[in-house]
Design a protein around this ligand. Structure first.
Ligand SMILES: NC(=O)C1=CN([C@@H]2O[C@H](COP(=O)(O)OP(=O)(O)OC[C@H]3O[C@@H](n4cnc5c(N)ncnc54)[C@H](OP(=O)(O)O)[C@@H]3O)[C@@H](O)[C@H]2O)C=CC1
Ligand SMILES: CC(C)(CO)C(=O)C(=O)O
Length: 305
């Protein structure tokens, strides 16, 4: 299968490198990473060590592939969608965190759209070198009723052909909302308190994280997705415990003075709550605090805005 990975940073490089074991992969990213991959290939270290040679480019204009995976940060999805709209793809699949990405892609591209959640962990450590930080699972599903479920199964099988753990599911919206509840609970609280994820398993932060998760579940239900309060709260607590020594991606972004994915996480929950006439005071407050930090830090918002 021809696979184009749009957003060859941490996750895109890891998955692209692993997929290159079985497929014809092109990474779309930035220099100096792209130049290093073109010159010397991609090195994966960590869980396994692997040297692969995917193609790499900084410009996907007019490209084509059987599958386009979208692995940019959520605030860059609009840019990715516009670039993909100039090409020809059999399927487009978001593997990003947060909500709203699939709708942006579906509005722009003329191809079936899949949604995916990923629990693999990755970090780009040097140009041409990505660290594989954790094994995980990829869960895929059709985004719109018109996006055939058999497509999700075919793409999951393509991941499995490259020895990745992947499954197609019929309830991908619920899976995305559950992951959203986990991110809404863990990401802003760890970023604001400057703590590793494990700090959320005890007070004084456990109650705040739980409130964010439970509130997210309520908004999911108002949006037509059956996510129980306790399921969301337990998912957040379990992930915080299992990733106790991790710094969440938002904590890392704030530490590096980089823009966060707050709009697609707690900002999305607060926006959906407003549409369905619900209050979401915890998510709204967490979003305001992170946005306040972004503004104070002068973090650029040049992506979709
Ligand atoms: N890292 C992980 O382990 C996991 C990440 N995720 C999710 O996956 C998504 C990606 O995360 P992550 O890989 O960490 O993010 P990164 O920032 O490491 O990767 C995104 C890459 O895409 C590049 N990019 C953005 N726009 C373009 C463009 N127009 N053309 C070419 N390259 C572009 C970025 O470059 P630049 O920065 O220069 O703009 C960056 O290198 C997020 O939604 C994240 O929450 C989910 C599970 C695990
Ligand atoms: C699951 C979690 C919270 C792990 O750190 C994550 O997805 C993130 O940091 O963005």
């Amino acid at each position: 299968m021809e696979v184009l990975v749009f957003g060859a940073g941490s996750l895109g490089s890891l998955l692209g490198g692993l997929l290159a074991r079985a497929h014809d992969v092109t990474l779309v990213g930035r220099d100096p990473h792209v130049a290093a991959v073109r010159a010397d290939g991609l090195r994966i270290t960590g869980v396994e060590t692997l040297d692969t040679r995917p193609a790499a480019t900084t410009d996907a204009t007019g490209a084509s592939a059987d599958l386009a995976l979208v692995t940019v940060k959520a605030y860059d999805t609009g840019t990715a969608a516009r670039a993909l709209a100039t090409g020809d793809y059999g399927v487009v699949c978001s593997l990003q965190n947060g909500m709203g990405n699939e709708d942006v892609l579906a509005d722009a591209v003329d191809a079936p759209v899949l949604a995916g959640t990923v629990t693999y962990g990755a970090g780009l450590v040097d140009p041409g070198h990505v660290e594989w930080r954790g094994r995980g699972t990829i869960t895929l599903g059709a985004w719109r009723p018109a996006d055939d479920a058999a497509t999700a199964e075919r793409i999951a099988a393509a991941f499995r052909a490259a020895d990745l753990d992947a499954e197609a599911v019929g309830d991908v919206r619920r899976r995305l909302w559950e992951k959203l509840a986990v991110n809404a609970a863990i990401n802003p609280v760890t970023a604001l308190a400057r703590v590793e994820n494990g700090a959320l398993t005890e007070e004084p932060l456990a109650g705040l994280a739980r409130s964010a998760a439970v509130e997210t579940a309520g908004v999911a239900r108002a949006d037509g997705v059956a996510l129980a309060d306790e399921t969301a709260a337990e998912a957040a607590a379990t992930v915080a415990g299992e990733t106790a020594r991790n710094r969440s991606s938002m904590f890392q972004d704030v530490s590096r003075g980089r823009r966060t994915e707050i709009d697609a996480i707690n900002g999305y929950v607060a926006d959906r709550a407003a549409v369905t006439d619900r209050a979401a005071p915890v998510n709204r407050a967490l979003a305001a605090l992170i946005r306040g930090w972004e503004r104070g830090a002068g973090v650029g918002r040049s992506g979709d805005e």
